[in-house]
Design a protein around this ligand. Sequence first.
Ligand SMILES: NC(=O)c1ccc[n+]([C@@H]2O[C@H](COP(=O)([O-])OP(=O)(O)OC[C@H]3O[C@@H](n4cnc5c(N)ncnc54)[C@H](OP(=O)(O)O)[C@@H]3O)[C@@H](O)[C@H]2O)c1
Length: 318
Amino acid sequence: MKGDRLRTSLNCGISIPCIGFGTYSNPYDGCVTETAILNALKVGYRHFDTAMVYGSEPAVGSALKQAMREGKVEREETFVTSKLWGCDFHDPVSALKRSLKMLHMEYIDMYLVHWPLKLKPWVQSAFPKDDEFEAETDMEATWAGMERCMEIGLCRGIGVSNFSSKKIAELVEHASVIPAVNQVEMHPMWRQKKLREACAESNIHVSAYTSLGGPGNTWGTTAVMEHPTIRTIALRHNVTPAQVALQWGVTVGASVIVKSFNEKRMEENFAALNFKLEDRDMLEIDTIEERKVIRAGIYVGRATGPYKTLEELWDNEI
Ligand SMILES: NC(=O)c1ccc[n+]([C@@H]2O[C@H](COP(=O)([O-])OP(=O)(O)OC[C@H]3O[C@@H](n4cnc5c(N)ncnc54)[C@H](OP(=O)(O)O)[C@@H]3O)[C@@H](O)[C@H]2O)c1
C-alpha cells in the first residue's frame, strides 16, 4: 500500500503514518488547500492533519472524498487528525460531530485537544481577545468528553497537543483512556527530550509539528534548515536539509507533520523516508543550541486566562 511502508503503532490499537501532511495556511484558500491535498495523495501522503480552527476540514473532506470516488485511495488507508478548539471544551462530542460534518466522514482516526486552554464558548478564532479565556481548563471533564467520542465511534483514537510533561502526568492520573498522541513542536532545534521520555513512560506517541521550523510562515524560521550542522549532514547523505530535519524526527520515534502546498517540496519532504541517519549524525544534531519557534505568547498574560507567563503555559519546558 503506497505511503504505508512506514507506520507506527499507537496505544489505541491503530497505526499512524510516520509522515503527515499539514493543512494549516494563512491566508487560507479552500481551493488551493484541496488541490494540495489531492497532489499530496498522489505523492503518497496518507495522514492529513487538520483542525476546526484551521478552517481546512472541508478541503480535507472534499479532497479525500474525490480521491475515494475515483478509486485512488481507500478510507482505511488514510489517517485523519482533527482537533478540539478551546471554545468546545464543554462538549467535545458535539464539536467532533460538527467536524465530521465538515469532513463528510463518519469517523476520524485521531481527535486531539488542540491546546490546554479553555475559551468562552463563542470564540472560534485562534487569536482570542483578552477576556475570552476561561480561568480553569477543566481538563478532567473535557477528557471525559473526549473518551466519550471514542466510545461512541466518532474517532479511533484520542490525544492532546501542546501538553507539557506535567500536563501529561496530570491527565494520565484521571484518564480512563490514556492519550494515544501528544502533538507538539519538534525539530532538530527543539528536540523535546524530556517530553519524549515522559510520553514514552505512558506509551504516548509524540507527533512533531513545525518539523522544519516553519520556514515561510510569518512566525517561523529558516534557522533549522540553514543550520551549518544540518547542512553538513545533508551534504554527507546527498539529501536536502529539510529531509535531514524530517528524518531526524522519524529516527527519534516520532511521526512528523509537514506542510508544503508546492508539489516539488511535498515530494522532497516525503522522500525524507528514503534514507537513514547514522549515530554520528544524531549525536551532532544533539549539540545544536535549542530554540522554540512557537512560543504562543498570545495565550499568556491575558486578563481572564489561566497562564500568566510562558513558563506557566509550558511548565518551564521552554
Ligand atoms: N497542534 C498545533 O498546535 C500545531 C501548530 C502548528 C502546526 N501544526 C500542524 O503542523 C503543520 C506544519 O506546521 P508549520 O507550517 O508550522 O511548519 P513546517 O511544516 O515546518 O513549515 C511549513 C513552511 O515551510 C515551507 N516548506 C515546506 N517544505 C519545505 C522545503 N522542503 N523547503 C523549504 N521550505 C519548505 C512551506 O512553504 P510551501 O508550502 O510554499 O512549500 C511552509 O511555508 C501545520 O499545517 C499543521 O497541520 C499544528
